[in-house]
Design a protein around this ligand. Structure first.
Ligand code: ZN
Length: 201
């Protein structure tokens, strides 16, 4: 396969990138200097070498030392370890974190149910149950996107939590209404997200 076509197909696999944008990336690269291409290749190679997944929340983080197992948030003693916020993906964690309102812990579910994946096998439901079993949480906030996929996933997560023996000591909350319906957390403005958190129930 010729290199333009091959690279276009690789870029087209990126989230939210269609074939046309992928093509633009390729032509952009063609016009870069060999040094800039090398820098890009190095940055991509380093990403896999220096990043690992937090063993609690699954957030990818940069590590200098192989013995570090938890990300900065999970290893911060100032965080409130009674509250756990379940989000769909890494960028949602960052979006919530950027509001600077939430001080509890997170768990990244790793996706949502989709039309083709309806059993939740693609999600970290079992890991979530383990975290809740091992932790001393009093509240679990289900902060999935207010999309149809996010909503059906919330139902699945809630059902899984309700199966736990610890359920009687837990409060399950959801973000308040007001987030754009069918939208995604990462596109909500910070004030809206902040009040959706404050008014959760
Ligand atoms: Zn973590």
């Amino acid at each position: 396969m010729d290199s333009i076509k091959k690279l276009t197909e690789l870029f087209a696999k990126f989230p939210t990138i269609g074939k046309r944008t992928a093509g633009r990336f390729v032509f952009y690269l063609i016009n870069q200097s060999p040094q800039e291409i090398d820098d890009l290749i190095e940055a991509i190679t380093d990403l896999k070498k220096s990043i690992q997944f937090c063993q609690f929340c699954f957030q990818p983080f940069q590590f200098d030392n192989q013995d570090i197992k938890f990300c900065q948030i999970c290893s911060d003693p100032a965080r409130n370890n009674l509250i756990l916020c379940v989000v769909e993906k890494e960028t949602d964690l960052l979006t919530v974190e950027n509001t600077k309102q939430y001080k509890g812990l997170y768990f990244i579910l790793g996706g949502t149910l989709t039309l083709r994946k309806t059993d939740g096998a693609n999600l970290r439901i079992n890991d979530l149950k383990n975290r809740i079993n091992q932790g001393g949480f009093t509240e679990i906030i289900i902060a999935l996107n207010p999309t149809p996929e996010g909503k059906s996933t919330s139902v699945l997560v809630e059902r899984a939590i309700k199966e736990l023996p610890k359920y009687s000591t837990l409060k399950i909350t959801h973000l308040a209404q007001g987030l754009p319906v069918g939208g995604e957390l990462e596109y909500a403005d910070p004030e809206t997200l902040e009040s959706a958190f404050k008014d959760r129930k």
